[in-house]
Design a protein around this ligand. Structure first.
Ligand code: NAP
Length: 285
């Protein structure tokens, strides 16, 4: 039956839509997972221009795609085009994963769950009771703020260039959330860079001299693998990681939604790391 992703033609097809999408790691991650479990699925990246999210969702329905990942700039627009949204997608007003539940097209947002899963699985850090400072007020920051509060964080401070967006993001954390100042990284347990600052090799969005031992710093940027924030935080004694764990774990949630199978997270992460290493090229002599 077209439009329910039931794969009556044999192979099931899923895709990521966005623009730019050429450098998305999602095909590498999901195709590695399908191969590891021996599933007859294929995953593609499809470039869809801004303003054309409706065409992408119509294509998914018409072609009977089994699942869709959604990336910039479509996460907001797609949330209005599904039959149902999960509570988290509703709260965030953004969808990054579409899946079928008994013929109903459901929009979910797995970014925040991916962040928290990565903290727990990769760093052994439980957000409950922690003081978390999040830099950013865009889609990634909102997902992280909502998820760490949902996981029981003691306090969630949001710092952003545009104050109104910081306040809006902080409200997603309910009573433990508030907008704050960059100096409040002092004494934070977990510091998250959810801005796009630092992707270009430029300076971090915070004064790294304030960071030190006992803190976990997560830069959601993963390409380059070690931004200046990650390097400087480590030099000051903090544990610092990039956003690859979040990316892999949000994909793992999508994989579970689509296939009903337990995602092979180790194989997915290994494939993503190998692809990033390949792109970075041989180390200079
Ligand atoms: P977004 O919605 O466009 O938000 C961008 C954020 O960066 C906003 O808070 C913006 O501040 C801030 N910003 C941009 N330029 C700035 C500057 N020059 N100075 C200070 N702040 C600046 O983007 P997003 O989707 O949230 O993504 C943010 C970052 O997270 C990106 O690097 C993205 O690649 C990464 N990300 C990673 C994952 C993962 O799985 N690891 C998932 C999603 C996103 P204003 O509000 O003031 O404009």
């Amino acid at each position: 039956m077209p439009g329910t992703g039931d794969g009556e033609n044999g192979v099931k097809v899923a895709a990521v839509v966005g623009r730019p999408v050429e450098h998305s790691l999602s095909p590498v991650i999901h195709n590695a997972a399908f191969e590891t479990l021996g599933l007859d699925w294929r995953f593609f990246a499809v470039s869809v221009p801004a303003g054309r999210a409706g065409d992408a969702v119509a294509a998914l329905r018409a072609l009977g795609l089994a699942g869709l990942s959604v990336t910039m700039p479509h996460k907001g627009a797609v949330s209005a085009l599904v039959d149902e949204r999960t509570p988290v997608a509703d709260a965030l007003g953004a969808v990054n994963c579409l899946w079928w539940r008994a013929g109903t097209l459901v929009g979910d947002n797995t970014d925040g769950a991916g962040f928290v899963d990565a903290l727990r699985a990769e760093e052994g850090v439980e957000p409950a009771g922690r003081r978390v400072v999040v830099f950013g007020g865009g889609g990634a920051a909102r997902a992280v703020v909502s998820a760490v509060a949902g996981a029981g964080a003691g306090e969630v401070v949001v710092v952003n260039r545009t104050a109104t967006r910081a306040e809006a993001a902080a409200r997603l954390a309910g009573p433990v959330g508030r907008a704050g100042r960059p100096e409040e990284v002092d004494g934070a347990d977990i510091v998250v860079n959810a801005t796009s600052v630092g992707m270009d090799g430029g300076p971090p969005p915070l004064d790294t001299d304030r960071l030190g031992p006992g803190q976990l710093v997560v830069d959601l940027v993963y390409e380059p693998a070690a931004t200046r924030l990650v390097v400087e935080a480590r030099q000051r004694g903090a544990v610092a990681v990039n956003g690859l764990g979040m990316l892999v774990h949000q994909a793992a949630h999508a994989f579970r939604r689509w296939t009903g199978e337990d995602p092979p997270v180790g194989a997915m992460a290994a494939a993503a790391r190998a692809e990033l290493t390949r792109r970075a090229g041989p180390p200079s002599a």
